[in-house]
Write a protein that binds this ligand. Structure first.
Ligand code: PEP
Length: 248
C-alpha cells in the first residue's frame, strides 16, 4: 500500500474562481513540500473541467462525487464513470451518506456504481458508515458488515478500491468519533476484508476515516491502526486546512 490518501469532498460548493484559487494553492504546496500522502480533490461535476485543466501533469488527483452505473443512455443529469475517466478523473466517490439519504441509494446501487467505476478504470472510494441511531442501538458493526458485504462488487481487485468509513453522525457536524471508536471499526473492516480477499489482498485496500476531520484532530486520527487516510468535507475547502491534514 502506498502512503496515506487524503481525499477532499467539496460537495456542492465552489465556483470557477473558488476552484481555481483552491487548486492553485494546493499545487503550490505540492510543488514546494515533499509529502508522503497522496491528495485527491472531488469537486462538483460542473467544476471538473476547470479543476482538470489546472491539475494536468500534476500530483493532485481528481475524482467525481458520484457516477451512474450505466455507460451511457437516457439518464438526465447523471454522469457515467466512463465519462469521468475520459475527461481525466482517477477516482469517484460512491455511496456517500448524502447520496444514500438524498437519493435513496442502497448498497446494491453503490455496488453497481462501484462496479461501473472499476469497469471504467477509476478507483471508487466506497463510503460506509452507521447513523447515530444505529450506533446508539449497538448496531454499528452489523451495519458495517452488511454495507461492506453488499457494497463491494463481487470480483473487485483489492488494488483498485478504497473504502471510507464515515459515521453519518460525524459528517459535517463537528462531532468526531474517538480514536478508540475509529480503531474498533477500522480493525473490524480490515478483518472483513481479510476474510474476503485474504491478508495479502486486504492490506492493499486503503481504509479512510471521514467525519469532521480537521487539522486539530487529523494527526490523532491518522495515527490509528488501519486508518490509511481521510475523506474530508468542510476542511477540504481551505488550502491551509486541507494541506495541514495530509502534510505531516
Ligand atoms: C464528507 O463529506 O465526506 C465529510 C466527511 O464531511 P466533513 O469532513 O465536513 O464532516
Amino acid at each position: 500500500m502506498a502512503g496515506k490518501l487524503i481525499a477532499g469532498n467539496w460537495k456542492m460548493n465552489g465556483s470557477v474562481s473558488f476552484a481555481t484559487e483552491l487548486v492553485e494553492g494546493l499545487l503550490g504546496k505540492l510543488n514546494q513540500d515533499s509529502v508522503s500522502a497522496d491528495f485527491v480533490v472531488c469537486p462538483p461535476a460542473a467544476l471538473l473541467g476547470t479543476v482538470l485543466s489546472l491539475t494536468k501533469n500534476s500530483d493532485l488527483a481528481v475524482g467525481g462525487q458520484d457516477c451512474h452505473a450505466n455507460v451511457s443512455g437516457a439518464h438526465t443529469g447523471d454522469t457515467s464513470a466512463e465519462l469521468l475517466k475520459n475527461i481525466g478523473c482517477g477516482y469517484v466517490i460512491t455511496g456517500h451518506s448524502e447520496r444514500r439519504t438524498d437519493h435513496g441509494e442502497t448498497n446494491a446501487d453503490v455496488n453497481a456504481k462501484s462496479a461501473a467505476a472499476l469497469r471504467a478504470g477509476l478507483t471508487p472510494i466506497i463510503c460506509i458508515g452507521e447513523t447515530e441511531d444505529e450506533r446508539v442501538s449497538g448496531d454499528t458493526l452489523s451495519v458495517i458488515k452488511t454495507q461492506v458485504t453488499e457494497s463491494l462488487p463481487d470480483d473487485c481487485d483489492p488494488d483498485s478500491i478504497v473504502l471510507a468509513y464515515e459515521p453519518v453522525w460525524a459528517i459535517g457536524t463537528g462531532k468526531t468519533a474517538t480514536p478508540a471508536d475509529v480503531e474498533e471499526v477500522h480493525n473490524f473492516i480490515r478483518g472483513l476484508l481479510n476474510d474476503r480477499f485474504g491478508e495479502d489482498g486486504a492490506k492493499k485496500i486503503r481504509i479512510l476515516y471521514g467525519g469532521s476531520v480537521k487539522p486539530a484532530n487529523a494527526a490523532e486520527l491518522l495515527a490509528v491502526s488501519n486508518v490509511d487516510g481521510a475523506l474530508v468535507g468542510g476542511a477540504s475547502l481551505k488550502v491551509e486546512d486541507f494541506w495541514a491534514i495530509g502534510a505531516r
